[in-house]
Ligand binder design. Structure first.
Ligand SMILES: *Cc1c(COP(=O)(O)O)cnc(C)c1O
Length: 398
């Protein structure tokens, strides 16, 4: 079985006033480090040796644990890491991660010294960002800080609009060129994950190309041009440029099966154990709201997992779990801490029985797409949503 190659779990320092919190609950998310490494290498092979891979580890590594995942990705060949928040970047630095860390979410007043101190690489798109960062570099006496300029080619979220790029560069050249170095230039595709839409992405790529040409005319040649997220790198081979920015792909999934890179492996599975089994007569009504009435005498397994763990309540009446390699339906409403599962057809099922909510048991598997479909959300929301109180363990800890 694969061992998690991440750091040892640091035991809390022996502070006598604070009793140590032990993890005894029988619900956990298993993180398969070898799958994460495999996925990173799979992306790298797909884009080829001249294209770098920036591993996106925002939102706690899409729920997989940012620090441990970051270490695995860098070890597997990622050039650097991307986070959304400065805080997420600082967390990586404090854990000793030394690879480049792009902060996608920008710089706001008051954060610029933290960025410089942490040697984070900010994504910028406004003169104010340049002003703040240049001042922070001057204050710290640090070397020129690499920055990446973001262009809004149609996502209408972050980035400088193409007509404003020239003014941004004017500001850079006059006020920030000795403190900041334009290492990268990037944009983000709005509809890459829609397999039926090509023209939106093509239009965005044309606009990006025009901006690159304009930079070139001004003698600015950023060494890292990057556009593609996971779906983009699958669909637009000519847009890989110098770097790709996969998130969901390196965790083993895609926004939908239609844009999935072949050969990925799921990085996370979610498991629990039955707290007990109740024998209930036909006609008994189950859980809050009594939304379900038992049609037969039923053995009802009590599962210590609920929406407080990120198991969406929306799935009530649709979800299934795996027990002894069989699919068993969730009965009634999912509650905050508990769910009920029909194990009548598994007469051997016992208290303590292993239950797989996402992942594989024998030949059966429940994948992230199925869960997302039951819950009416996108796959990203499933793994990001597995809450903090579900401990992350290396694959197959028990
Ligand atoms: C989150 C994010 C990504 C990664 O997206 P995936 O769809 O998970 O691959 C890439 N680029 C930017 C700017 C992002 O915000």
């Amino acid at each position: 079985m694969s061992r998690y190659t991440g750091p040892e779990r640091r035991s809390p320092s022996p502070d006598r006033r604070q009793p140590r919190i032990v993890e005894v609950r029988p619900t956990w998310a298993a993180i398969d480090a070898s799958a994460l490494a495999h996925n990173l290498r799979r992306v790298a092979a797909h884009v080829g040796p001249r294209c770098r891979v920036l591993a996106v580890v925002k939102a706690d590594g899409y729920g997989h644990g940012a620090i441990d995942s970051a270490r695995v990705f860098v070890e597997a060949g990622a050039w650097g890491l991307a986070v959304s928040l400065i805080e997420e970047g600082v967390e990586l630095r404090q854990a000793g991660v030394r690879a480049p860390v792009l902060v996608l979410g920008g710089v706001h007043p008051g954060s610029e010294d933290v960025v410089v101190h942490g040697s984070l690489t900010p994504v910028v798109w406004a003169p104010q960002h340049l002003q703040l960062l240049a001042a922070a570099v001057r204050r710290s006496g640090a070397e020129r800080l690499p920055i990446h300029i973001k262009i809004d080619t149609g996502m209408s979220r972050l980035g400088v609009l193409p007509p404003d790029l020239s003014a941004l560069l004017d500001y850079y050249e006059t006020h920030a060129a000795s403190e900041l170095h334009i290492e990268g230039v990037m944009t983000h595709l709005a509809c890459a994950d829609d397999p039926d839409d090509t023209s939106t992405s093509r239009t965005q790529l044309e606009r990006f190309g025009a901006c690159l040409a304009m930079l070139g005319e001004r003698g600015i040649h950023p060494s890292i041009r990057h556009v593609c997220n996971s779906a983009g790198l699958v669909r637009f081979a000519d847009a890989h440029l110098d770097m790709v920015r996969p998130g969901i792909a390196i965790y083993g999934a895609a926004s939908s099966a239609a844009v999935e890179l072949a050969g990925l492996r799921m990085g996370m599975s979610v498991h629990s154990r039955l707290l007990g089994i109740r024998e209930l007569p036909a006609g008994a009504r189950v859980s809050y709201g009594h939304r379900q009435t038992l049609a037969r005498d039923t053995r009802l397994g009590i599962l210590p997992v609920g929406y407080g763990d990120g198991y969406p309540r929306n799935m009530s009446g649709r979800a299934e779990v795996l027990i002894r390699g069989h699919r068993c339906p969730i009965v009634g409403n999912v509650t905050m801490d508990l769910s009920m599962v029909d194990v009548t057809d598994l007469p051997d099922a016992r208290e303590g029985e292993r239950v797989t909510l996402m992942g594989r048991q024998g030949r059966q598997a429940i994948d992230i797409y199925e869960l997302a479909d039951w819950a009416g959300v996108i796959p990203y929301e499933i793994s990001c949503g597995i809450s903090k109180r579900v401990p992350r363990h290396p694959q197959h800890p028990r």
